[in-house]
Design a protein around this ligand. Structure first.
Ligand SMILES: Nc1ncnc2c1ncn2[C@@H]1O[C@H](COP(=O)(O)OP(=O)(O)OP(=O)(O)O)[C@@H](O)[C@H]1O
Length: 279
């Protein structure tokens, strides 16, 4: 049985964030309000990017959804469950900027790790990892070790591992931030294809406006600290079949980039908000 089969039949949002604030209390220092009154919903199968200046609370929001931290106020639901229950039920996969692979395990063994931890039998693990290796284009690298792979290949292993339990939701924090531009664009194309195949919803943190526009159904623009949602911009580049390489040259793509840039900076084509890559 896959994770998808085990989800309750419901039209619940993939993610529902309601009135969420997060205040960090640090000894002998004024408290830091990282997030204030954030409301956000992500539909099943939807790709939503979070973008905003450095320190505006993007990673904090993702960590709260993943139940790696708890809100000071407000509630978070994942597929209609509490964030805690969704974490226990492994309803999502996580991929962060550092691929975080175990160097002493082969690529295949890294991908199988979450299945191993959940006591999935050897034969089923093997067949699932074979399927995932193919999905991320690493069919010939199952027996390699992470340090024998390029950065982009390692990131693909991390994505395969995040997909191991067929999650309906992927939480990704700048997963391509450490990659060169060409590899990054290739990975973006791959991710579009993988999402189309798996129909997973994605919450994706990025500093890159073009990356957010290329990948997303909606781009959430956040304001500087205390992080609030400044605007939610629908991107109309069509479905996965339409989002091929040529779309990067398309007027609709440039319109999306301009709209996000204007929302971030307040005016068209002005300076560069700290920490946001407008290339
Ligand atoms: N564990 C923590 N303790 C204290 N302050 C924290 C903690 N985690 C985050 N913060 C603060 O909360 C704010 C938001 O941090 P966060 O990492 O979410 O921002 P971000 O938008 O992801 O930034 P970047 O784009 O630079 O990665 C920052 O001011 C940060 O210093």
């Amino acid at each position: 049985m896959t994770r998808k089969d085990s989800l309750p039949v419901t039209d619940a949002h993939a993610v529902k964030v309601t009135g969420v604030s997060r205040i960090f209390s640090i000894k002998k220092k004024p408290p830091v309000t990282a997030l204030e009154s954030v409301d956000l919903t992500v539909a099943p199968g939807e790709f939503v990017s979070l973008i905003g200046p450095s320190g505006c609370g993007k990673s904090t929001l993702l960590r709260l959804i993943a139940d790696l931290d708890q809100p000071t106020a407000g509630t978070i639901e994942v597929f209609g469950k509490t964030a805690r229950k969704a974490r226990i039920d492994q309803d999502y996969g996580i991929a962060f900027q550092q691929a975080g692979l175990l160097p002493w395990r082969t690529v295949r063994a890294n991908i199988e790790l979450p299945l191993e931890l959940h006591k999935v039998g050897t034969a089923e693990r093997r067949s699932r990892s074979t399927e995932l290796l193919e999905l991320v284009g690493l069919g010939d690298f199952g027996d390699s070790y992470p340090d024998q792979l390029s950065g982009g290949m390692q990131q693909r292993v991390a994505i395969a591992r995040a997909l191991a339990e067929s999650p309906n939701l992927l939480l990704m924090d700048e997963p391509f931030g450490a990659l060169d531009e060409m590899t990054r664009e290739r990975m973006q194309n791959e991710l579009i294809r993988i999402c189309a195949e798996t129909r997973a919803a994605v919450v994706f943190v990025t500093h890159s406006i073009p990356e957010a526009v290329f990948l997303s159904d909606r781009v959430v623009v956040m304001s500087p600290r205390p992080g609030r949602i400044r605007s939610v911009l629908p991107i109309r580049l069509g479905g996965p079949d339409d989002r091929s390489e040529h779309i990067r040259e398309d007027a609709a793509f440039f319109d999306g980039v301009s709209a996000v840039r204007e929302s971030l900076h307040g005016t068209p084509d002005t300076g560069n908000a700290r920490g946001v890559d407008t290339r």
